[in-house]
Write a protein that binds this ligand. Structure first.
Ligand code: CMC
Length: 424
């Protein structure tokens, strides 16, 4: 099979077939408009491939997720986040030397320019940390202006990865009115973040290994997910040759929404609501099914996964372990488990293949770790950065790359003439 046929208004068009390395089939319609005048229509892009990519493979029916060929289960069990960053961005797991060098560079660049600290001061204490994160990443263009696709690109990638966790932790410290804690050279990437979040200057603080390991796992599970809303946004922004930092700030903002990364914060708010409402599961299940309400079961459903989200399975298991190790007895975990069980037995959810996604259990773990709810989506963004960078790099290096520019079917007024107001 090397082509597909389309019959349009009695005329036949032959369309080439592209087969991916895992056997996925795509019909190449890139010349269709030039040949026939017609475009394809696919609102929400559920059926549209926007690029060829060699970064991440997902089989939503089988619940498979692989970064550069490595199954997520193996990476979750045996890799460190920094190795996964290298894998996604540069295509291979680092050698020992590469890892040392990569780590050293991340440590070396983790401080932020002292002037940037003043930017934090301008925000009210109630600011959502996602607003701060996207602004700080965008502002990096001001401090590192050669952030296009030139020779500085690798250095800017390091700067971005290294400083993002400092921005995130500083935004938290600012919101609670505590002094900033500077990055430390002797800690791992997740360990340093936890230290900047929870240590207080002049007081001893040891990063608990259980927090460091839990964060390492969460960051790995979020590191990439092919052409999701935020990653496609990064590629879209970058396709105009906008610089690395501008493209990444676009990704942070796209991630913020409740249907995407913002869902982890909404899950906890929903579980809390059910808890406060005497665990009236039936009421909320019925509300979620009622199309006239705008209530959905947050953390449920996925565009791609139709049987299970492998990341959610891993997190469900580890949430028990982490809570036990931390000695946290969180009633919301029990609410989450009950809600999952009830929803999975309900015809509405079975028919539509709606299962818990990665955001369902991640919030419970973040909460047990002591992170405030409005930081959850920031944690998602920190994890997703290497994926966004890998896609931005792949897109920028593609010699056949074109600016992203979808078409539309216009449904507005047909041509009419202006009647100036004084003539009416
Ligand atoms: N609660 C109730 N009904 C739902 C839900 C839900 N969470 N999710 C989907 N449905 C229904 C939807 O109303 C539709 O019903 P019908 O066929 O009767 O019209 C059907 O299931 C198919 O859903 P869809 O809206 O076509 O699905 P989508 O692929 O456009 O949206 C989604 C995917 C994740 C945005 C959606 O499932 C959702 O809003 N979930 C809640 C938010 C959430 O948890 N988001 C995190 C996603 S995972 C992390 C990430 O990658 O961002």
């Amino acid at each position: 099979m090397d082509s597909a046929k389309l019959i349009l208004q009695g005329k036949e068009y032959e369309l080439p077939i592209i087969v991916g390395s895992e056997g996925e089939i795509g019909i190449d319609i890139s010349k269709l408009r030039a040949q026939s005048g017609a475009i394809t229509l696919d609102p929400g892009y559920g059926n549209t491939g926007s690029c060829l990519s060699s970064i991440t493979f997902i089989d939503g029916e089988k619940g498979i997720l692989q970064y550069r060929g490595y199954p997520i289960e193996e990476l979750a069990r045996g890799a460190r986040f920094v190795e996964v960053c290298h894998l996604l961005i540069y295509g291979h797991l680092p050698s020992e030397n590469e890892l040392t060098q990569f780590r050293d560079q991340l440590i070396h660049h983790s401080m932020i320019h002292e002037d940037m600290k003043k930017l934090f001061e301008g925000y009210p204490p109630t600011v959502h940390p996602m607003a701060v994160l996207s602004s700080m990443i965008s502002s990096m263009s001001a401090y590192y202006p050669n952030s296009g696709n030139g020779e500085d690109v690798d250095l800017n990638i390091i700067r971005l990865l290294a400083k993002a966790k400092t921005f995130a932790a500083f935004s938290y410290k600012k919101s609670i009115g505590q002094p900033y804690v500077y990055p430390r050279n002797d800690l791992s990437y997740p360990g340093d973040f936890i230290h900047m979040m929870f240590a207080v200057p002049a007081e001893p603080y040891e990063v608990p290994p259980v927090l460091e390991d839990a964060l390492n796992l969460l960051l790995i599970l979020h590191a990439d997910h092919e052409q999701n809303c935020s990653t496609s946004t990064v590629r879209m922004v970058g396709s105009s040759q906008a610089n690395l930092f501008a493209s990444m700030a676009g990704g942070v903002n796209a991630l913020w929404g409740a249907l995407h990364g913002g869902a982890n914060q909404k899950v906890i708010q929903m579980l809390q609501m059910i808890y406060d409402d005497n665990e009236d599961y039936k009421k909320y299940i019925e509300l979620a099914k009622d199309k006239s309400s705008d209530f959905k079961l947050m953390g449920f459903g996925h565009r791609v996964y139709k049987n299970f989200d492998p990341r959610a399975l891993i997190l469900k298991e580890s949430s028990d372990k982490v809570l036990e190790q931390l000695g946290v007895d969180d009633p919301l975990l029990e609410i989450g488990r009950n809600l999952e069980r009830i929803a999975l037995e309900d015809e509405y959810f079975i028919e539509r293949k709606l299962y818990p996604n990665v955001d369902f259990y991640s919030g419970i773990i973040y909460r047990a770790m002591g992170l405030p709810t409005n930081m959850f989506t920031v944690m998602f963004a920190l994890g997703r950065l290497p994926g966004w960078i890998a896609h931005w790099k792949e897109m920028s290096e593609d010699p056949h790359g074109r600016i992203y520019r979808p078409r539309q079917i216009y449904t507005g007024e047909t041509k009419r003439s202006l009647k100036p107001i004084h003539m009416r």
